[in-house]
Design a protein around this ligand. Sequence first.
Ligand SMILES: Nc1ncnc2c1ncn2[C@@H]1O[C@H](COP(=O)(O)OP(=O)(O)OP(=O)(O)O)[C@@H](O)[C@H]1O
Length: 611
Amino acid sequence: MDDWEGMETTALTSPASEGTHGDSWNNDLSKFGRGRAGRGFKTSFSGRGRGFDGTDRSELDGGDDGVCENGFMGGSRGGGRGSRGGFRSGGDQGARGDFGGGYRGKDEEVFAQGEDKDPQRKGESEGERPKVTYIPPTLPEDEESIFAHYEKGINFDKYDDIMVDVSGINPPHAIMTFEEAALCESLRRNVSKTGYVKPTPVQKHGIPIITAGRDLMACAQTGSGKTAAFLLPILQQLMADGVAASSFSELQEPEAIIVAPTRELIHQIYQEARKFAFGTCVRPVVVYGGVSTGHQIRDILRGCNVLCGTPGRLLDMIGRGKVGCSKLRYLVLDEADRMLDMGFEPDMRRLVASPGIPSKENRQTLMFSATYPEDIQRMAADFLKTDYLFLAVGVVGGACSDVEQTFVQVTKFAKREKLLDLLQTTGTERTLVFVETKRQADFIATYLCQEKVRTTSIHGDREQQEREQALADFRSGKCPVLVATSVAARGLDIPDVNHVVNFDLPHNIDEYVHRIGRTGRCGNIGRAVSFYDPDADGQLSRSLLTVLSKAQQEVPSWLEESAFSCSGAAGFNPPRKSFAATDSRKGGSFHDNSTSSQPAVPQTADEEEWE
Ligand SMILES: Nc1ncnc2c1ncn2[C@@H]1O[C@H](COP(=O)(O)OP(=O)(O)OP(=O)(O)O)[C@@H](O)[C@H]1O
């Protein structure tokens, strides 16, 4: 057995929680109260007449795990808060012994290493943790599956009219066609099999910038093709420079590392890389939490040119000596503003300090997102060469105008009924419902299942296998409704998501922009409906006004009134970052505090884990 076999990543769950996730919603209601979801349900809702206890158990039994046919079988891992109070994951910790805990970002768990407030769980976190043994299913190898794609929408050509601004010294000319990108034959073939006929604006400008060897901070609206904008020129350069075909070695030294904040997103980026690299000697590999580390190490050792990873697992692999960084030529931060906010910044700094990693002068660093708060832009400069280019396609931080945004004023107690009404009109159309907490995700998914709406859920307390199953069931249409926390807000590219519902509005305007960007992608039309609770969402109202008007959307008069009344209340709004309108080097912030992204405010309750 190799040394790493014995150092398997430990689960996010405690031993006590193992086994409960699969059956906690099944037969034994006495088990139900043990998990976090159970506690939330009991305390918050049992008296409201919609509870489980009085309902027909047959609705909750049977069916696939995590899938609601007649009843929702998923739910949290039941580990309870304490199970993760001490660590995010043992695997991550393996490489991060020096990391004394800290805040992981606005929607995440507040954790302090080694500190566990729940005495019942304390022993568990100190003792043996179960290995993560989950090995994801092998991806299909046939071309039809690899190149499966959805059609671009009627507004795809409107992308050409979007205003583009490139700032920085001496930017290269944009390309107008993929032919001008001078891709090698195999890449050209793969692009065409993917159904891409012409590049989107971020590709027209981004591809030549990257090919010219420049560092880049690129901002373009959700669903406008940022992934190919970085993958294609990187793969092209690697091929052109005759990158060594991957072969087995105990230490792999990838030429490109791509990081993203969530497991599902990095896996999606990996699939895109695998598609574009199809039939070439370039080998992409993916690593992320919740999956057997041994399995991922075996995959890396078979050869790795492009390593896609979530930060924790990536650092773990570097720490274990399986991945070296001395040959690194490209470092890509997707959802860059997220990767550099309070949650992930320490990991990013640790990554660029990895042994042997080329300095920023000797590598290319590329950042992509749809949102860039000004303070994040300033910090990003630490990672970039001083002459980096800033590419803005449309309004920085703006919402995609192909998404029709509507708002419904509703109190928190009326939200469930409203949701049900809404889903009855949308029928089997795919709908993504965002809620604030993991507990809420379980609760709403269960409620909808009870109401015979085929629903599944995704959030950070579900096992990786369950998360993947939930996405698969949503994609396939088996469950046309997916209830999600912020873990699904960024980057996910799921065909035919017609509706996004903000059951709970986020606290942060950038988060809103990313969430509604799960629909209306690639020139398709989408709809977003947000439940606005005047008691809870007032602080977001002015930011919403700005986003709505910049996306040429109708602004309800009551929202306008709410925005003005809220802004009048002294001290009501917490301090915020400036919402950058463009390259912050040009002094481009709106300087309208109320429209800005807010700093991540540590939360204690039922917070989300991204990675
Ligand atoms: N040139 C193109 N022609 C047709 N389809 C494209 C083109 N470029 C990208 N797409 C498709 O558009 C969809 C959205 O692309 P992608 O996921 O890269 O968007 P994004 O800008 O990264 O979005 P987000 O900000 O949400 O992460 C994908 O399905 C992708 O395959």
